[in-house]
Design a protein around this ligand. Structure first.
Ligand SMILES: [Zn+2]
Length: 467
């Protein structure tokens, strides 16, 4: 890999290494600059897997300046002479690898790092990136905005599919999951919220408060979040003991109350339907209305733009099993997130005196989606396992036809085997990644049914299924 503009390296350290190195020479080669995702080919990087991110961030809502230190612990999957991180905007002030200054250059959203000494296959190595500036939103192929989004008096970070590169350097593809520690320092009077558990909150002087958040379970980087604002915070526990932390913009508190009051019950309902809730904590972050055009299932604490209703809370919580614990291998597998979360809404509805999933399926099949006021767009426009492109990954078929695939399986195998399949899928792929092909093979094995027709017509088939 050609390194064009080299930052000034720690010259003395390099010289010491060059002359002081004994033993066999390690011959590394550059890690790939993308993981060849079929929809987002430049997302992520090859040659290593991250084990842990420690992000130390300072943000001042008054001037919008973010300063960050990212310490990334990763394992080399090949000998590496250089490797890439994804980072959009912001200024990189320095990079070191294993404590020694590393050379780096930037091209587009690729940050290429060349360690002083090649990394060996299997070596666990630590990269520290100092960076800062005013983060800008990342605009997706479908026009939606993600990354670091500012509000009147704060900010929120959302990353699906590639927005996380707008606020920290990393291996930004769902196939690389890691644990996280996110520490955020903000002016006194602000709350800073992230995924997982609040380990400490302390005043650090100079009128600033530091919040330290810890996420021990593996997380895809698009599910990482930070929210800064003057939130109203409430904490509690679900009946089975999952810690709940809700941070709500004061103007949305009244409107959110009814839905968030049901959050513990929804977590328990999901546990009964899909198997144990996969994480140690649950909760929500409610941003001022119109902060975003969507809600996102950020791990353990979904982000809502304005007060959510009960079904939206249910949808984002269902993603904790489907999408967050079991994550897609590539963005083409998005229906494994959205089809499942949509079907969870159908199940919740039929369990709580609403229309049954069967009735909803029949109505959709007959072209009547009025039963679902969110169901804009044509569910039959393309098969959910083959999204038409990166700008269609959040279109109706991925959600509604995805849910209909699950209902077709239920029709074929009956309730007992179907719910056993949902629980088995969540348990056997817990904290991992899975593809559509993994799912279809698993479904046939688990239920003992040949489901080829369902896949051919509903999952992969062009045109509008008739039954
Ligand atoms: Zn969703």
């Amino acid at each position: 890999m050609e390194l064009k503009r080299l930052a000034v390296p720690a010259v003395t350290a390099l010289l010491v290494l060059a002359t002081g190195c004994t033993g066999a020479t390690v011959q590394g080669r550059p890690g790939a600059s993308g993981v060849r995702d079929p929809l987002f080919p430049r997302a992520g990087n090859g040659g290593y897997q991250v084990e842990h991110y420690a992000l130390d961030l300072a943000y001042d809502p008054a001037d919008g300046q973010l300063h960050g230190t990212a310490v990334i612990t990763a394992r080399a999957e090949q000998g590496l002479s250089s490797f890439n991180l994804d980072l959009s905007g912001l200024k990189v002030e320095g990079v070191d690898v294993q404590g020694a200054g590393a050379r780096f250059n930037r091209t587009g959203t690729e940050l290429t790092v060349r360690p002083a000494k090649d990394l060996k296959k299997g070596e666990v190595f630590r990269t520290t990136v100092d960076y800062g500036g005013r983060p800008k939103p990342v605009v997706d192929p479908d026009g939606s905005r993600e990354g670091w989004i500012t509000t009147g008096d704060g900010a929120v970070a959302v990353g699906e599919p590639v927005g996380s590169m707008g606020w920290f350097p990393g291996n930004h593809h769902p196939s690389d999951k890691a644990s996280y520690d996110v520490t955020v320092t903000v002016p006194d009077g602000y709350e800073a919220v992230s995924n997982g558990q609040l380990r400490s909150r302390r005043e650090v002087g100079d009128g600033r408060t530091e919040f330290a958040w810890h996420s021990p379970e593996p997380m895809a980087s698009y599910l990482a979040t930070v929210a800064i604002g003057k939130f109203k915070v409430t904490t509690g526990r679900t009946p089975s003991g999952v810690a709940v932390y809700d941070a709500v913009a004061p103007g949305e508190a009244a409107g959110s109350e009814a839905a968030l009051k049901r959050l513990p019950e929804i977590v328990e309902w999901g546990g009964a339907k899909f198997g144990p809730y996969p994480f140690g904590t649950a909760g929500s972050i409610v941003m001022p209305a119109r902060t975003l055009a969507y809600a996102l299932e950020t791990q353990t604490k979904p982000v809502y733009s304005g007060a959510p209703d009960e079904l939206l809370v249910l949808h984002e919580l269902a993603h904790q099993w489907f999408g967050n614990s079991v994550s897609p291998k590539t963005w083409k597998d998005m229906w494994l997130n959205e089809g499942f979360a949509t079907y969870a809404e159908w199940l919740w509805s039929e369990d709580h005196g609403g229309v049954s999933a069967q009735r909803r399926f029949e109505a959709f099949l007959a072209g009547d989606t009025s039963v679902d006021d969110q169901a804009g767009g044509d569910w039959a426009a393309f098969p959910p396992a083959v999204p038409a492109g990166p700008d269609h990954v959040s279109d109706a078929p991925v959600y509604y036809r995805g849910a209909m695939v699950l209902h077709r399986i239920r029709q074929e195998v009956g309730d007992e085997r179907f719910f056993d399949l949902l629980r088995g899928w969540a348990a056997d792929h817990r904290y991992g990644n899975a593809s559509t092909e993994d799912f279809t093979a698993y479904a046939e094995r688990r239920t003992g049914h040949d489901l080829k027709k369902v896949w051919d017509v509903w999952l992969y088939g062009q045109g509008r299924p008739k039954a």
